[in-house]
Design a protein. Sequence first.
Length: 404
Amino acid sequence: MKKTKGFVLMINAYKQLKSELRAELDRILEYWANETIDREHDGFLGRIDHTNKVITKSPKGIILNTRILWSFSAASNYLGTDKYRAVCDRAYHYLKTNFKDSAQNGVFWELDYTGAPINGRKQIYAQAFAIYALSEYYTFSKDEDSKIWAIELFETIEKTAKDEMNGGYLEAFNEDWSPISDMRLSTKDMNAAKTMNTHLHILEAYTRLADIHNSDSLKKSLYDLVLLFQEKFLNKENHYELFFDLNWNLLSSTISYGHDIETAWLVIEATKRLGNNQLLDNVEQTAIKVADTFMKEAIASDGGVINEKNLKNGQVDTDRHWWPQLEAMVGLKYVYELTDNEKYISTSLSIWEFTKNHLIDHKNGEWHFRVDENGNPYTEEDKVSMWKAPYHSTRACIMLNTAS
């Protein structure tokens, strides 16, 4: 099929988008390497505010630290350089020395600013991110201990958190792996036995682990997770439901647009590890439907991706968080490569223009956590915190410049 002049111009603009994201990767890595090292107490600073002010004596969370390890390891693997080896090694050794629960397995949820555990709960989301980060670090460093630890964490999740009767995984446990009444990942989340978000990042972790660990049990668990996303989490409106009880009864009516488009491409990646062409075709068709619904509902007139919607009452959160913009560009890339439909490129270009104009902090570095519907940043949000890490941004910069 002959391409129009307009299409050629769009493709050139898309190449420019990729080039700008490649440059953005360097800026993001430099920010985190230069601004977040805790030179007094080891590891990384727990919190830096909107204006780059360090909030002293802030706790250090497992999510931030595993995401730092993954980000610098993944970037090092992608760039083929030792430039950030010291940051990778620092992140790994701090994780192993301070976050690892050597007595009862797993990783702690939170440390104080000196590195002493202050919250030992075993959130499965956190165990999954440790697997994800350790697998990436092993690929970079070839440190056998990191691979062994990643496999041990996989076996711990399978032994303690897997619901053999109903399927899926339980959300959280006490420090000693006994049942816990409050399973919430954060105060913003519902207290539910099973959540889409945790299952998504178990799937992500197992996908990366499968690259370094050839295991039938791992592949079986990964297969079961793909089916859960196809059969339990996906609803008839092409959204992924978020919160469930033990028996898979739906507990909420809110959908997250960022998670919708992120899930679409992560499930494709997981299925590629299984060698099941029929299942891969099914999940690719699902991804197209999810992406089309996403573009219809989630893209604001300014090109930004809005946050979420309550399907029951129609209430919409119009804030534009930093990470859904990134996940959208990656997800739409996957669907474009499946369909060759230029609308996915056009939408990505609009998202990137919005992002450059409103979410990248050109003054202080890094990105704003979120902006309102008028593009104004929330100054009370942090640049660095438990939930503000370089993971989504580095991953998107890499994925947009890597063949699927």
